[in-house]
Design a protein around this ligand. Structure first.
Ligand code: FAD
Length: 449
């Protein structure tokens, strides 16, 4: 009998896993379950609908620096299917790609759907059974016709009948094992191996509602605490609205967390409700497990002159006052900051707007520099990010890094965002999904069922 492989979740990892199984073992019977009526919902909308397929960082060690969680675990998968191989794969399947200046990789067409279409066409031509609109509601490991539960302390299986009356201990290699998966409409299917690629639980309207965490738990796994990552910040400081759209190429943003401070230097932009942009997403990723809300606000400061010491900046302010001290205070600040931000700083300084720069006291000049270097904010929430992924998931200690197979439940594989892996913005999350999906598929194809 041909090997029967079930894959739950037709996102990046699931589609790539299905393709890899077929490339390694064309005769395998592969069934891909996707609850949506179409494949790759998130892939299509990623990168603002252009699909930031992967990154142009080809040095795998450098690439791995972009994963706040999971870098070490990813090593094996990334060396096997690094960004240039991902690019080769898509190019070979008809998607012409381009590397942009910031090293993000996109389809030349700028149409994210092209990436999904290429995968879908390959799955169709290679005979993968793609079942759309198929919402998996339960996954059960069957041994000799009995549902089994696993104890993590032992490799033995405790097999129970559905009535819970016949509990025996069975060695895994003594008896055939299967996975039974059941859909919402009641249909059920049996597989020799199962790959769970249900994603995280961010952007839930795309279908990624965290169902896989329950499946993983049902098969003996634990799930680490989950947290959103790659988000923008919502601030209590309502003045941000007045500077929405103002951006900085380079600023140092410091999030003053409960346990520690997190800082990132890079570009950011003011939004109507707070701040967003690459440095903000990276910072939110580092501080993913900090909790903050209206009731529990957090402090954040921004250094708008990260390359200049406070002493230097003060010296510059004093020199400018000597030359242009007759300017109004707002016009003076304008020489350092974007125009719309000046009234904000003047207000923070609590000084009369009609004052001339030369009339600023020593203390007021110092305070001005302090605001330039530590503009204060109160963070009260997370806003949608460009990518928005879930930090946390199936613990990496429970999965074999070289195969993506569960260490707890043989024949079960995980790939993609369901794992406790997350990356920064820039194509790193999709790259992790392609690489782990591919490795899970290859390992599964090579498995002797
Ligand atoms: C708006 C947005 C933009 C992004 N942009 C980028 C980007 O530019 N670059 C980048 O690298 N990353 C980006 N990401 C992140 C990236 O899209 C994800 O990390 C990646 O898609 C995860 O792939 P996955 O296959 O693990 O999960 P997903 O893509 O989430 O796929 C999981 C699939 O499983 C299906 N599913 C779930 N439960 C069930 C069930 N019970 N039965 C059947 N099917 C089920 C879901 O419907 C879904 O299709 C973005 C994310 C978002 C939300």
């Amino acid at each position: 009998m041909n090997m029967r492989i079930g894959i739950i979740g037709g996102g990046a990892a699931g589609m790539m896993a299905a393709a890899a199984v077929k490339e390694g073992s064309p005769e395998a019977e592969v069934t891909l379950f996707e609850k949506n009526k179409y494949l790759g919902a998130k892939v299509s909308i990623s990168g603002g609908g252009r699909c930031n397929v992967t990154t142009g960082i080809f040095d795998v060690r450098k690439l791995l620096e972009n994963y706040p969680r999971g870098a070490k675990f990813l090593m094996s998968a990334m060396f096997r299917f690094p960004p240039e191989k991902v690019m080769e794969w898509f190019e070979a399947h008809g998607v012409k790609l381009k590397i942009e200046e910031d090293l993000r990789v996109f389809p030349k067409s700028d149409v994210g759907k092209d990436v999904v279409n290429a995968l879908q066409a390959y799955l169709q031509s290679s005979g993968v059974k793609v079942l759309l609109g198929s919402d998996v509601v339960s996954v059960v490991r069957m041994v000799g016709g009995h549902a089994v539960s696993y104890t993590q302390s032992s490799n033995d299986l405790a097999a129970e009948s559905s009535l819970n009356i016949d509990v025996k201990i069975i060695k895994p290699d003594q008896i055939s094992q299967e996975f039974q998966i059941t859909l919402k409409d009641g249909q059920s299917f049996m597989f020799d191996s199962l790959i769970i690629t249900t994603g995280g639980n961010a952007y839930r309207h795309t279908g990624s509602t965290g169902d896989g965490y329950a499946f993983a738990k049902a098969l003996g796994h634990t799930v680490t605490p989950l947290a959103p990552s790659l988000n923008s910040f919502i601030m209590a400081d309502s003045w941000v609205k007045s500077v929405a759209g103002v951006s900085f190429e380079k600023a140092k943003i410091i999030f003053h967390g409960i346990v520690k401070k997190y800082e990132r230097t890079g570009a950011f932009v003011f939004t109507h409700y707070g701040i967003s942009g690459p440095a903000v997403f990276a910072l939110s990723s580092a501080a993913a497990y900090e909790t903050y809300s209206k009731e529990k606000p957090m402090k954040l400061t921004i250094d708008l002159f990260p390359e200049e010491s406070p002493e230097n900046l003060l010296k510059r302010v004093n020199e400018m006052i000597l030359k242009l001290g007759r300017k109004s205070i707002t016009n003076f600040v304008d020489m350092f900051l974007p125009k719309s931000l000046c009234p904000v700083v003047v207000k923070l300084l609590k000084i009369d707007e009609s004052l001339q720069a030369a009339q600023l006291s020593k203390e007021q000049r110092k305070l001005m520099v302090q605001y330039f270097k530590q503009l204060p904010f109160t963070v009260i929430g997370r806003g949608a990010g460009d990518e928005f992924v879930t930090a946390g998931g199936v613990p990496l200690s429970e999965v074999n890094t070289n195969t993506m197979e569960s260490k707890i439940c043989p024949g079960l594989y995980f790939a993609g965002e369901i794992l406790d892996i997350d990356g920064f913005t820039g194509g790193f999350n999709l790259q992790a999904s392609w690489a782990t999906g591919r490795l899970a598929g290859e390992s599964c194809a090579g498995r002797d069922c």
